[in-house]
Design a binder for this molecule. Structure first.
Ligand code: LLP
Length: 385
C-alpha cells in the first residue's frame, strides 16, 4: 500500500511522477513466484507501459525478459541491462532500421504481423547472413471486455495475421531461408479483468495448434501477450494483481505440448499500481453549479482520462482529515478534454494542496507529451524522497 509523505513531496516541483519502489519490488517478487510455479513460463515485461530507465533496471534485475515495439524500446531495454536473448519485438510497422537493430542485437524473437514484413525481415537477415527467429502474430478473433481503443484481438483491427491466411504464410515461409519459425503470438487487448476472455484465447490457441500440427508445423513457443488488468477504482484493495489466478487460467486451459514454452508480455499489471502523478492545486474556481479544482498537471502528463475516459482515483494528500467536497478536477491545457474526472469527492482543497492521481505507473509517464510547450514530467522514487 502506497503512503504519501506530503511534507517531503511538497518540496519537489510539481507535477512529477512518484514511484513506490517497495510496491514495485513486492509486485515483481509476486510475478516471479507465480511464474516459477510453472517451469516453462517466461514473462517479458512490456516496455511500452513504462520505459523509465530506473524502472527498467529494477525489472531487469529480477531476470525478466522484455517485450518491445520499436527500435527505441529495444535500445532502451538493452541499455537498462535486459538480455537480448530475452527480447521479443512486436509491432505492425517495423522500419528497416528497427529490424536491423533486432538482427544486430540477436534478439530472441520477432513477432511478425504481416506477409510483407516477413519478406523484409528475410531480405535484411540474408544481407547480414543471419537467421531471424520469428513468431507469427495471429489475430485470434477473440473479444476482450475492455475499451475499444485497447482491444486488439478482433478481426477488423490492424494487428496480426488472420488464421485463414496461415497457409499462405507457411507457403511464403518455405521460401525464406533466413527465417526460422519458432512460435505463434497473440495479444487480445489490455486492462482485461474477466478471466473468461483469457479462457477463450486458450481455446482458440488449442484449435490453432491442432490445425498447425495436422499440416506438419511444430512450434517451440507460444506467446499469449499481455492484458491482465488492475483495480483502478480501489488501488489500496488490490495493490498487486492476482497473478496466481491469471497463470492458472493458462495452466488449466491451454494444451501446451511437453517441450513448449509459454511466454507472457505483461505491462500494466506490473507497473500501474506503484506510480502516482503528483500535482498541485493552482486554483479553486467557482463555476455556476460546481467547483473546479485546476491542477498544474494535465493531459500532457497523463493522457488516459482524455483518451480513453479512463478512471484514476484522485486524492488530496495535503488534507486527508478535511471533510469532502465535489470538484471537477481539470488540467491547465487548452483542450476541453483536459479533465481528469468530474464530480470528484476530494477532501476540501485549496491552492497549493498536493493531489495524487493514482494507478498511473503504466501508460502515464511514457505517454506524456510536450503539447503547449510543456516540459516532460520528472520522476522520483520512494527511496529518494
Ligand atoms: N503485448 C502487446 C502485443 C501489446 O500490444 C500490449 C499492449 C502488451 C503486450 C501489454 O499489455 P498490458 O499487459 O500492459 O495490458 N495506452 C493504453 C494501453 C495500450 C496497450 C497497448 N498494447 C492505456 O493507457 O490503457
Amino acid at each position: 500500500m502506497t503512503t504519501f509523505c506530503s511534507d517531503k513531496l511538497q518540496k519537489i516541483t510539481t507535477p512529477f511522477y512518484y514511484y513506490d519502489s517497495v510496491l514495485l519490488e513486492e509486485t515483481l517478487n509476486e510475478v516471479k513466484k507465480r511464474e516459477a510455479a510453472y517451469s516453462n513460463y517466461e514473462v517479458h515485461y512490456a516496455v511500452k507501459a513504462n520505459a523509465n530507465n530506473t524502472i527498467l533496471q529494477k525489472i531487469q534485475q529480477k531476470g525478466f525478459g522484455a517485450d518491445c515495439v520499436s527500435g527505441g524500446e529495444i535500445l532502451a531495454a538493452i541499455e537498462a541491462g535486459f538480455s537480448p536473448n530475452k527480447i521479443v519485438f512486436a509491432g505492425v510497422g517495423k522500419s528497416d532500421w528497427e529490424i536491423n537493430v533486432g538482427l544486430d542485437q540477436n534478439i530472441f524473437c520477432f513477432n511478425v504481423e504481416s506477409i510483407p514484413e516477413l519478406l523484409v525481415i528475410n531480405e535484411l537477415a540474408t544481407a547480414k547472413q543471419k537467421k531471424a527467429s520469428i513468431a507469427i502474430r495471429l489475430n485470434p478473433d477473440v473479444k476482450a471486455d475492455t475499451h475499444a481503443n485497447i482491444s486488439t484481438g478482433q478481426k477488423e483491427t490492424k494487428f496480426g495475421i488472420y488464421f485463414e491466411d496461415m497457409d499462405k504464410v507457411l507457403d511464403v515461409l518455405r521460401t525464406c531461408d533466413a527465417i526460422e519459425l519458432i512460435g505463434i503470438h497473440f495479444h487480445i487487448g489490455s486492462q482485461i479483468l474477466k478471466m473468461d476472455n483469457f479462457v477463450s484465447l486458450c481455446q482458440r490457441i488449442n484449435q490453432i495448434q491442432d490445425h498447425l500440427e495436422q499440416v506438419g508445423v511444430q512450434l517451440k513457443h507460444i506467446n499469449v501477450g499481455g492484458g491482465l488488468g488492475i483495480n483502478y477504482t480501489d488501488p489500496e484493495q488490490d495493490p498487486i494483481p492476482n497473478f496466481a489466478d491469471y497463470f492458472a487460467v493458462f495452466n488449466t486451459h491451454l494444451h501446451l505440448r511437453d517441450t513448449q514454452k509459454l511466454h507472457f508480455e505483461l505491462g500494466r499489471s506490473i507497473v500501474a499500481q506503484c506510480g502516482s502523478l503528483i500535482s498541485k492545486v493552482l486554483y479553486i474556481k467557482e463555476g455556476v453549479n460546481k467547483k473546479f479544482a485546476i491542477l498544474d498537471a494535465g493531459m500532457t502528463e497523463l493522457i488516459r482520462p482524455a483518451l480513453y475516459q479512463a478512471y484514476h482515483k484522485i486524492e488530496n494528500i495535503s488534507n486527508p482529515q478535511e471533510e469532502y467536497e465535489e470538484y471537477d478536477v481539470v488540467g491547465p491545457i487548452c483542450e476541453s478534454s483536459d479533465v481528469f474526472n468530474k464530480n470528484v469527492k476530494l477532501n476540501v482543497a485549496k491552492r497549493g494542496d498536493l493531489i495524487a492521481i493514482r494507478s498511473a505507473g503504466a501508460y502515464g509517464e511514457v505517454m506524456a507529451s510536450g503539447y503547449n510547450c510543456r516540459t516532460l514530467p520528472k520522476s522520483y522514487f520512494s527511496e529518494e524522497v
